[in-house]
Design a protein around this ligand. Structure first.
Ligand SMILES: *Cc1c(COP(=O)(O)O)cnc(C)c1O
Length: 470
């Protein structure tokens, strides 16, 4: 029995896959402050040109520069595992596979895009990169990537995670990055928010505002900002995950995939695994594709499809997405990387079209799933990843009820070795589920009611799980 499917360096995919080339209905454009579509040159104070070109590209395949491949070889190709021990515990006829992105030095999928973004910045002569981080995964990935390329890195870390996860900060510092708690007193945005609520747990939206303010405020023009998820170019860089999985399935003769699952905070690890399979679905394959989210931060399953800012202060362009409103401050659940108010426009368009079927899961069910996974397969999952595992277990149980030998693959987005405090609370029975009250959601959605409205376009070829709003 083959448990691990490995690829060699020379088998690594040499191009990224761009879903925008194949979407059956086009995405709505991002809008600038005047309500007009954003022109690429408007983004130059924030991103280097190489990244902006990818952001707006409609090319299906984009070549990965050799120097980026060389950095990726430090941990890629990553293994695909058959979760035989989990299958046995569940007594399911399903074959469960997971793509192990936890083997990268920072412990998640995030360096796949961090090394690419840092490289394009370096090409453009940039010396310093700012960013935000939730659980600390993205900040540590970018600090690592900046170190490989000799760039300075400054990370605004969401306060609640900064307090709960000191080890992530130490990882960033080990790689030479600088990490401070957000909201901070170093930006206007941070100071204004602290004045209103000195005890705020912070949010990714706030931290993004601070990092952008820092980057565009550098008068030398040598600082840019980098986002770890949500934008098209980030989804693009992550597709190396799913492209490797396809080669791995081909290697073991696994011909038909039935269910593809990833947890989704801003959408990047989900997209990375799912978009190459979505291309097959668009071409007619019968595949169920499930992005999962916490019930406490349910933008994909309950948020409206609206134009909204990516950050709290409203500095980013307006993006068409499922959102809880940019002022939304999520409950303090442990899956820090899933506490974001919006979702990648590419993921949202695939939900509108019915290509992806989002699912919300409660925190405690996720920890149960994570512990079962750790006790069968061995690796301790990140709290974010546990949302993919919980959905996988739901699907494996369904396959058992139906008596079907389904093939299920999920993205093991990261390990939880830096997140054991959440496990401690779970074992002590001190974790709670936080279904989001309707009234909290309507409060933060009130802030976007006067923004322009996108017109969701879909062909009707697939049934949309959000037929209620599109
Ligand atoms: C950041 C993170 C996520 C969520 O971000 P996406 O962009 O949605 O992938 C999920 N899992 C892990 C381990 C993360 O670090």
């Amino acid at each position: 029995m083959q448990i691990k499917v490995l690829l060699e360096e020379h088998e690594i995919p040499r191009q990224w896959y761009n879903l925008a080339a194949d979407l059956p209905s086009p995405m709505q454009p991002p809008l600038g402050p005047t309500g007009q579509p954003v022109r690429p040159e408007m983004l130059t104070p924030v991103f280097p040109m190489g990244v902006i070109e990818q952001e707006v590209s409609r090319e299906r395949w984009i070549t990965i520069p050799d120097e980026i491949l060389e950095m990726l070889y430090r941990w890629r190709p990553t293994p695909l595992h058959r979760a035989v021990f989990l299958e046995r515990a569940l007594k399911t006829p399903a074959r469960i596979y997971y793509k192990d992105e936890s083997v990268s030095p920072p412990g998640s999928h995030k360096p796949n895009t961090a090394v690419a973004q840092a490289w394009y910045n370096k090409q453009a002569g940039i010396k310093r990169i700012t960013t935000e981080t939730g659980a600390g995964q993205w900040g540590s990935a970018l600090a690592f990537a900046c170190r490989l390329l000799g760039l300075e890195c400054k990370v605004y870390m969401v306060r609640i995670s900064f307090d709960q996860k000191p080890f992530r900060r130490l990882m960033m510092e080990t790689w030479g990055g600088k990490c401070i708690a957000s909201p901070s007193t170093e930006t206007q945005t941070g100071r204004a928010i602290l004045e209103q609520d000195p005890n705020t747990p912070g949010s990714l939206g706030i931290a993004i505002s601070e990092a952008i303010e820092d980057a565009v405020g550098d008068e030398t023009g040598k600082t840019r900002y980098s986002l770890g998820s949500v934008l098209n170019h980030v989804m693009l860089h992550q597709t190396i995950i799913g492209l490797e999985v396809k080669k791995q399935f081909a290697k073991i003769g696994e011909k038909k995939v039935d269910v593809v699952i990833g947890c989704a905070g801003g959408g990047s690890n989900f997209s990375g695994l799912a978009f190459p399979f979505m291309a097959d679905k668009i071409a007619g394959a019968d595949i169920t594709i499930i992005p999962t989210e916490p019930s406490s931060c349910p933008k994909m399953t309950r948020g409206p499809f609206a134009y909204d800012f990516g950050d709290t202060a409203g500095m980013t362009p307006l993006l068409p997405m499922f959102t809880l409103g940019h002022t939304f401050v999520p409950p303090p659940i442990h899956a820090g990387g899933l506490r974001y108010h919006g979702m990648a426009p590419l993921v949202c368009q695939s939900i509108v079209e019915g290509l992806a079927e989002p699912r919300a899961i409660h925190q405690i069910e996720c920890y149960e799933a994570a512990v079962l996974f750790a006790q069968t397969e061995g690796i301790i999952p990140a709290p974010e990843t546990s949302h993919a595992i919980a959905a996988t277990i739901q699907e494996a149980k369904k396959a058992k009820e139906e008596g079907k030998e389904k093939v299920i693959v999920f993205n093991f987005s990261g390990h939880g070795l830096m997140d054991l405090v959440g496990y401690e609370k779970y074992f002590a029975g001190r974790l709670e589920d936080y279904p989001l009250p309707e009234e909290l959601m309507s409060r933060s959605l009130a802030a976007i009611k006067d923004l322009p409205k996108p017109k969701p376009l879909r062909t009707g070829r697939w049934k949309s799980a959000r037929a209620d709003v599109v």
